[in-house]
Design a protein around this ligand. Structure first.
Ligand code: ADP
Ligand code: MG
Length: 454
């Protein structure tokens, strides 16, 4: 009887979240017990427990109620089955498909979305965002905005250091709104794109600039800190902002610092940014870091031991991007050497990952060393040549300029003799993706990295 009830809950939940998320969270769950007081649901681990409490509790209660079960509490109990580590070989192809979907590699929808030009990447969802005390406010605000855009928290301003999930959350809101309201016009851009298009619209008297940004229902602008010092663009954005805000269109902004700390931001723009809700995202605490590692590992079809997870979480405290990077390296290494990704493998690798970053590393050094690594000429890597043996090194150089020096896309393009910064964006994204899928590229990148810090 419990079984049938749980099946109907599962059936309803499945309709509302992505297939990948459904499989990840709900696969190993069951209904253990039903009393008037309490419904107890078994979940596979501590991490799932937390996600259920934060994300799915309300929905589960609502569905239970529809089925005439109205307990006072729903509790989530951890089911302890001595599950063995799942190796990658045993991962069924179907599961890889889900993993691919969740990790957001080259799924067809990615291309169609990007072709649609709204800037959204379907790999970022609210489902696959792990919530902890460092980001739960931001997550909750994003949920509210996604459910009811333009009503609450307008603008929603997220700020925090690099690699802490700002882009992920904003993109997730966009994707969620797109799913709920397929007709909504949503636009995600980095502020660098806004700046560039604005300047072009003046220089070449191009039409359509203000229409593009004002005829939307949701405008998402990433990395607003780069508008610092650009007075004309700030003025233009001020008008864009007002037009949208007056029409109750949702505006979402991210920045690496709060509005009051962005240098040279005009007073009136600063005050607009403070109209709605400004929330900071911090480095997740130890528990959340463990949760993220455990989720990301199991999405890759690997069950990491508790101590390995704790070891990584203890040693990487900078940001989530690095945490992910360390995990990916560990999994890649283990797969390559055909060993279990355990604590001693992790210890061995971390020495390489935690290289101290010398201050003097320059863009030129990155380009030189990348060119040398591939035995091509610096002139060639900075040329317009499209030969494959030059294109890939060039893309890797762009990727490294971004990951190591955090250069802006126009800067990256400039360093490699390009005028168009979208090439830089595409190159960086392409290598980011390739690192996950292609172990040769991963190796090349980490070899060059080692040379940079040697
Ligand atoms: P930011 O924009 O703040 O620099 P990103 O949104 O690009 O950071 O996040 C860096 C990486 O870490 C991305 O791959 C993102 O998916 C991942 N990430 C960040 N926060 C979380 C989280 N809470 N749960 C899952 N993945 C996360
Ligand atoms: Mg970002």
């Amino acid at each position: 009887m419990h079984h049938a009830l749980w099946q109907s809950v599962l059936g309803e939940v499945e309709l509302t979240i992505s297939h990948a998320a459904f499989t990840t969270w709900f696969k190993n769950t069951e209904l253990l017990d039903v009393t008037d007081e309490t419904v107890t649901i078994a979940v596979p681990n501590i991490f799932a427990k937390r996600q259920f409490e934060v994300k799915f509790d309300k929905q589960i209660k609502a569905i239970l109620e529809k089925n005439d079960v109205s307990p006072r509490h729903v509790t989530y109990a951890i089911k302890t089955t001595g599950k063995k580590a799942i190796s990658r070989e045993t991962t069924a192809p179907q599961q890889s498909q889900e993993v691919t979907e969740l990790l957001g590699s080259s799924s067809p929808s990615l291309h169609s979305q990007q072709a649609a030009g709204n800037g959204l990447n379907p790999r970022y969802t609210l489902d696959n965002f792990i919530v902890g005390s460092s980001n739960d406010l931001a997550y909750t605000a994003c949920q509210a905005v996604a459910a009811d855009p333009g009503v609450k928290y307008n603008p929603l301003f997220l700020y925090g250091g690099v690699g802490l999930g700002k882009t992920h959350l904003m993109q997730a809101v966009g994707n969620e709104i797109a799913r709920n309201q397929p007709d909504a016009r949503i636009l995600y851009v980095s502020v660098e794109t806004f700046v560039k298009e604005f300047l072009e619209s003046i220089r070449f008297k191009k039409k359509g600039f203000s229409d593009k940004y004002r005829n939307v229902d949701v405008l998402i602008i990433d990395d607003m800190q780069f508008i610092a010092g650009k007075e004309k663009t700030q003025e233009e954005f001020f008008h864009t902002f007002n037009a949208l805000h007056q029409a109750n269109k949702q505006i979402i902004i991210s920045s690496d610092k709060p509005p009051k700390s962005i240098p040279t931001l005009t007073e009136r723009l600063r005050s607009r940014f403070e109209w709605g809700m400004a929330i900071d995202i911090q480095m997740p605490d130890f528990e959340t870091r463990c949760a993220i590692l455990s989720a990301k590992a199991s999405l890759s079809g690997v069950e990491l031991g508790r101590e390995t997870i704790e070891y990584l979480a203890n040693n990487i405290k900078t940001n989530i991007r690095e945490l992910e990077g360390a995990l990916n390296q560990l999994l890649a290494y283990a797969e390559m050497r055909n060993v279990t990704p355990d604590i001693s493998t992790a210890e061995g690798l971390l020495g390489n990952i935690r290289h101290s970053r010398p201050q003097h590393l320059s863009a030129k050094q990155i380009i030189d060393k990348t060119a040398r690594h591939f035995q091509i000429d610096v002139k060639e890597i900075c040329s317009a040549k499209r030969d494959k043996h030059i294109v890939v090194p060039r893309q890797i150089a762009m990727y490294l300029l971004r990951s190591e020096l955090h250069l802006s896309f126009p800067k990256i393009a400039g360093e490699l003799g390009r005028k168009d910064h979208t090439t830089a964006i595409h190159s960086v994204e392409k290598i980011e993706k390739a690192i996950k899928l292609d172990f040769l590229i991963r190796e090349q990148v980490s070899e060059i990295r080692e040379k940079l810090y040697a």
